[in-house]
Design a protein around this ligand. Structure first.
Ligand code: GLN
Length: 303
């Protein structure tokens, strides 16, 4: 199969779908991004890195970062994490408040915002520097030393982060935060504001397709832990559209409101797409379209 020609084709056919979506505007700095951008990159297990469109352009990774946070916490904490956060799809928007009160401050899963705040809180307790640990990991695995926080995006989100603050304060009131709310929120917004390209993210995620083995051959996760993260990506990685994503794409995936989606092709590689215009659930419209086309044409799905 000519993978380069396939990616070019998919980029050509999928990019126009961005016109049907809208950039995230609840974080003002993201609303300023040009929606007419599209990139797709494929990193393969045998070391190839291919891409098409804007695949080398850095963008705000936002909640794609949460897949990496989960890996870093699970690698250190193992199963005890599940006393503080669940692993069921929420069926609600990623920043919803309502379920958290009924469920006594235990977020449904680690990928909704409340759950990611728990991951960051835990990584802070374990390492003293959640953001620094994640940033060092992403730099090492992507091979890009310029993985940086976009200070403007971080400040913009911090200034408008009332919902995330509400989630964090509510969890603190339930005794489910170990660190001060302000510190957890600060690491959260800066983590979401890290900028990487499709190519960077595809390389950095390869351990998820390789049963937990890192680029240097060392092991981050057991085989079973890597399987579990992929399962949670499939069931929860695209929020209240996870069922539709599984139906259309058939791969574990993690999206972010910057328009990025990282998808795992087990034992083959990582596919990362980026296009800033989102659907109503906060997933990249042209990005999901491209992943749908990719698995339809290659048959490389988990099903
Ligand atoms: N930083 C965003 C927020 O907290 C992340 C959400 C997302 O990418 N789905 O709202």
């Amino acid at each position: 199969m000519d993978l380069q020609a396939l990616l070019d084709d998919i980029a050509h056919d999928s990019a126009p779908f961005a016109a049907q979506g809208r950039v995230a505007d609840y974080i003002p700095a993201l609303a300023a991004v040009d929606p007419a951008q599209f990139g797709i990159a494929l990193a393969t297990m045998d070391g190839q890195l291919l891409g098409s469109g804007d695949w080398r352009s850095p963008f705000s990774i936002q909640s794609v970062s949460k897949a990496f946070s989960l890996a870093l916490v699970l690698a250190r904490d193992g199963e005890s994490l599940w006393q503080r956060v669940g692993r069921e799809p929420s069926g609600n928007p990623f920043n919803s408040l309502v379920q958290l009160e009924y469920e006594k401050g235990i977020p449904r899963n680690p990928f909704i915002n409340a759950g990611a705040l728990i991951l960051i809180d835990r990584l802070l307790s374990l390492t003293g520097d959640s953001l620094g640990t994640l940033q060092a990991f992403l730099r090492a695995e992507s091979g890009n030393a310029a993985v940086e926080v976009d200070a403007e995006v971080a400040a913009s989100e911090a200034a408008h982060g009332h919902r995330n603050a509400a989630l964090a304060h509510f969890m603190a009131s339930c005794g489910n935060l170990e660190n001060p709310v302000e510190v957890v929120l600060d690491h959260y917004v800066r983590q979401c504001s890290l900028t990487m390209s499709c190519g960077d993210l595809a390389k950095a995620g390869l351990f998820l397709a390789n049963h937990g083995l890192l680029a240097d051959g060392s092991r981050l996760l057991t085989r079973s832990e890597a399987k579990r993260i992929n399962a949670i990506m499939l069931t929860c990685g695209t929020y209240d559209a996870a069922g539709d994503f599984a139906y259309r794409v058939g791969l574990p995936g993690k999206s972010g409101v910057g328009g990025g989606i990282l998808a795992v092709l087990p034992e083959r590689g990582i596919l990362c797409v980026w296009s800033p215009a989102l659907d109503a659930h906060g997933n990249s419209l042209a990005g999901v379209e491209a992943l749908d086309r990719f698995t339809t044409r290659t048959g490389w799905s988990v099903f």
